[in-house]
Design a protein around this ligand. Structure first.
Ligand code: SF4
Ligand code: SF4
Ligand code: SF4
Length: 319
């Protein structure tokens, strides 16, 4: 164990709070690190609102508004080491899907023309203005360590904290979600793409073999594959594998289409077309990432470019 006590600040930016709740999922394992780690600022555990100096800063959430950017900079100034914690901080997360809509469209859908909103009111002028696009944390500050996952499995959070206490580098697997999935990939005669509501999938066979789109082979494993193990195709919430992210010719749609067409009788082009049609779902967790934006995924690039062009330099008026 490190002789130097490790102090931790956490902060959440635009996110769902799931990453912070994942700390609770450590259960009794957290006791192994609490002796050596002092948690200072932590929105779910402590009522410290400023930013005391800390050895480690865990930041969840994407940069979506001026407050996020300010809070991220405060964390950078106060922490020796900053960890981008969860897919929102690492890739922009599901909020990245907002990049295909204008700020006015988002405000309209959330506050004004929403069937569940009783008295339609725009947000008060005290609400921090939205930036024109959603960005991952490293677009605002330098990041020392990336811990994707939505949220990262407690095992990875535990290992990262313990590694810091022990002064070693956390483990970083490059495996895809398929690595922990026990379903078998087999060649089948399936000739049509199925939606999740079409019938009940065979529990032993790979979803792709059965015609269901599963993103496990293009998704980095930071979860130990709970979804395919429990009857649900992977939606890629931990973000793309390093191969997909870093190799220019690899892309989520081409990776999945290639594999699925080999396992079935569904033509590759039909699978590509279906992924493009539903690309907002298939790319949502990584859509705000520059590396994905630079892929030949013309639909996403066009959507983001249009949203940017429409609102370049414009400031959303919250009145
Ligand atoms: S990464 Fe997932 S769990 Fe964590 S804050 Fe973002 S949406 Fe929530
Ligand atoms: S593609 Fe999905 S169902 Fe098939 S092995 Fe990978 S994770 Fe499992
Ligand atoms: S299996 Fe896929 S969708 Fe499920 S938690 Fe893991 S990465 Fe996310």
């Amino acid at each position: 164990m490190s002789a130097v006590p490790v102090t931790v600040n956490t902060e959440w930016l635009s996110d769902c709070s799931g990453c912070h709740i994942a700390i609770v999922d450590l259960h009794e394992k957290i006791l192994a690190v609490l002796d050596s780690v002092t948690i200072q600022r932590c929105p779910v555990l402590t009522d410290i609102k400023d930013y005391p100096h800390a050895t480690v800063g865990l930041v969840s959430g994407a940069i979506r508004n001026e407050h996020d950017r300010h809070a991220a900079m405060e964390m950078r100034k106060s922490c020796d080491l900053v960890i981008a914690w969860g897919s929102c901080a690492v890739f922009g997360g599901p909020a990245g899907a907002g990049n295909v809509h204008t700020r006015e469209e988002i405000a309209d859908a959330v506050y004004l023309n929403n069937k569940t909103t009783v008295s339609a009111q725009p947000p008060s002028c005290e609400v921090s203005p939205l930036e024109s696009t959603v960005s991952p944390l490293d677009k605002a500050i330098d990041v020392d360590l990336y811990l994707p996952g939505c949220p990262p499995h407690p095992a990875f959070v535990f290992d990262a904290l313990l590694a810091l206490v022990e002064g070693r580098t956390p483990k970083a697997t490059q495996e895809s979600v398929c690595g922990h999935c026990t379903r078998q990939m087999r060649k089948t005669d399936v000739d049509a793409i199925r939606s999740n509501s079409d019938g009940i999938a065979n529990a032993d066979q790979c979803f792709l073999s059965q015609g269901y789109l599963c993103m496990g082979s293009a998704t980095i494993d930071r979860c130990l594959s709970p979804c395919p193990q429990n009857g649900i195709p992977c939606t890629g919430c931990a973000g793309a594998t390093m191969q997909v992210l870093t190799e220019p010719n690899r892309d989520i749609r081409t990776e999945i289409a290639e594999r699925m067409s080999k396992l079935t009788k569904i033509p590759r082009d039909a699978i590509v077309k279906e992924i493009e049609r539903t690309s907002k779902s298939h790319y949502s967790y990584t859509m705000a990432t520059q590396m994905i934006g630079e892929k030949p995924t013309f639909l996403i690039r066009r959507w983001i470019a249009e949203a940017d062009q429409d609102y370049q330099g414009a400031k959303y008026d919250t009145q």
